[in-house]
Design a protein around this ligand. Sequence first.
Ligand SMILES: CC(=O)N[C@H]1[C@@H](OP(=O)(O)OP(=O)(O)OC[C@H]2O[C@@H](n3ccc(=O)[nH]c3=O)[C@H](O)[C@@H]2O)O[C@H](CO)[C@@H](O)[C@@H]1O
Ligand SMILES: C=C(OP(=O)(O)O)C(=O)O
Length: 436
Amino acid sequence: MSKYIIEGGHRLNGNIKPQGAKNEALQVISAVLLTSEPVTIHNVPNILDVKNLIDLLRAMNVKVEKIGEHSYRFQADDLDEDYISSADFVARCAGLRGSVLVVGPLLARLGQSYFAKPGGDKIGRRKVDTHISGLSKLGAMIAYNEERQAYYLVTVNGLKGCYMLLDEASVTGTANIIMAASLAEGTTTIYNAACEPYVQQLCRMLSQMGVKIEGIGSNLLRITGTDHIGGADHTILPDMIEVGSFIGMAALTQSELTIKDVSYDNLGIIPDSFRRLGIRLERRGDDIFIPAQDVYEIETNLDGSIPTIADAPWPGLTPDLLSVMLVTATQCRGSVLIHQKMFESRLFFVDRLIDMGAQIMLCDPHRAVVIGLDHKMPLRANNMHSPDIRAGIAMLIAALSAKGMSTIDNIDQIDRGYEAIDTRLSSAGACISRRE
Ligand SMILES: CC(=O)N[C@H]1[C@@H](OP(=O)(O)OP(=O)(O)OC[C@H]2O[C@@H](n3ccc(=O)[nH]c3=O)[C@H](O)[C@@H]2O)O[C@H](CO)[C@@H](O)[C@@H]1O
Ligand SMILES: C=C(OP(=O)(O)O)C(=O)O
């Protein structure tokens, strides 16, 4: 099993550039299935989840050409319908969460698809009810196939647009419904739609491909279906979760760091959320400059009470940054309650941070109180196992600040979403190596 070996206590310095966004990449790459025309996508991150999705597309007979370090041309003009009904397809889909995103486009294009129990992080129950209910409102019929352990979706008379109010603003659920609605007859209105930049970008790419979409960026979308979806040339935004991870890394290691080309206007509430931890980050053009500070003082509420940092659907704070914010707070001055509302098993990794000397009380699976050590007592090195992608990066951040040598194994979890993180951090002054 591959591992990272980290000698902590070195400050980072210089510049670091975020990769393309993992969650956007999974959506827009799946959308190439909607058309037989070529689609070119730039700024594709070289990460495990994307590689697995591209392999899945290749297995469906999509032509994939790598035309640059981070650019690909896809053409889905000869999809293998037999493969899509095969056990191998279902098994591959089960390998990554992002594979749920091929269901909507395949259903719309071919009239059938399987919804395998998806893989991805084990961070609590991860239901697909919103996807299934949205697609069935568009006219899909759904049956559970015991043998394949997957839902089988089929359309008989094609998909038809309708009004729907989602039970929750599911990110991948909204994306799936938008993609299916793009080839449906008539207009689909989705209320309580997720509106993360990932979804906005998908909508922009589909607009370029000839689909009329109104309400982009809001939770009320109107999609007018078309029977001809054309090609596109699309560039993926920088990964906002990686930007947040670098901010946390700089603060915990008391480093001065510039994060380049972050697409600041698409970061929403993220910079201000880190400012609440006392980090004086500055916007410089489209970069973020983070100064080294002696003290990072957590802002209390106006009445002086302990603040809460909690996740919420966009434009609220993304749940994918709470593990990073939690580890960052361990060396701030003051206390904070971290409330992970969406996922129920994402905070258990705090035990590893407690082993390192962090002062954390896990109140229940969703809430942890962090009492910052104010950089008066460094964390101790530790040997850890990464349970999920964001706990993994939080452990990596802790290890970078801890005195001595730490190891993190099961780093496939980190590789799912962070491109060559060891090499990139080494260029910024970290002492980290990878052992296979
Ligand atoms: C491949 C991909 O894009 N994965 C992201 C996507 O996963 P994914 O699309 O799977 O996540 P969902 O948005 O469906 O929901 C995530 C969790 O939040 C809960 N929930 C969701 C919406 C809501 O209004 N209330 C609520 O409680 C759901 O029940 C679920 O447990 O969105 C998640 C939530 O931002 C992110 O953590 C994942 O990184
Ligand atoms: C939960 C995440 O990913 P996935 O949905 O792909 O498991 C994440 O990126 O933090």
